[in-house]
Design a protein around this ligand. Sequence first.
Ligand SMILES: Nc1ncnc2c1ncn2[C@@H]1O[C@H](COP(=O)(O)OP(=O)(O)OP(=O)(O)O)[C@@H](O)[C@H]1O
Ligand SMILES: [Mg+2]
Length: 229
Amino acid sequence: MNERILLKARGVGKRYNCTWIFKDVDILIHKGETLGVMGPSGCGKTTLAKILVGLIPCDRGQIYYRDKNITGMTGKKMAKIRPELQLVFQDYRQALPPHLKIGFMLGEPLRVKKQESKKAISEKVLDIIEKCQLGKGTYDKYPNQLSGGEAQRVALARALLVKPKLLILDEVTSGLDIETAEEIFKLIKKMDIDNQMAKILISHDRKLINTYCSTMIIMCGTSNAECDN
Ligand SMILES: Nc1ncnc2c1ncn2[C@@H]1O[C@H](COP(=O)(O)OP(=O)(O)OP(=O)(O)O)[C@@H](O)[C@H]1O
Ligand SMILES: [Mg+2]
């Protein structure tokens, strides 16, 4: 596979019960590229994002990450790849565990790796908190003590901390004012030091897609086609 290709999906489909949500999605994304995904509510954009990062399986088609076929990959093999594929959820407030302080929660993926001291991890966490323009006090706050924009930046900090190769942003700016949304995109650009991080931007906002994406796909769903295979 071409070295610049980061992720390739061919003929991907997903069904729930006996209804296909989508049946034949193709995606090709290169290193450093930003791909836009649009489509009406319910056509399966979030579902596709979850499939691409390996959170749920697809029911047809193939997904390749770099030169590996990761379709249906689970266990240790997928655990190794998963940090490289980060999804920031549309419903980011629910994605933050309510009982964990932000600083502790952000340090979790680094603690799991068991490669760094406690001190080094908390320094890294404080650094990302600062880079994401969150006050230092955020470290000791719980998710319910954050504003919408702050919670969104925390969700983004969590994804960026593990230095992903692909970052999927699922309507992350839809609940925010335009200035905050722009700040978030500036921040992502700043964090992507070597311009190698690929991004998938899921949005209903064509202006946003036109501004930040070099290519886009439009999903239209299957009109709830009944499963015949
Ligand atoms: N776990 C599930 N079980 C059954 N149906 C589901 C499940 N998750 C999603 N769906 C259905 O799949 C369809 C696609 O949902 P999805 O959330 O991917 O749409 P979307 O394009 O992201 O919509 P929106 O623009 O509103 O966010 C919807 O009809 C939804 O009800
Ligand atoms: Mg969605």
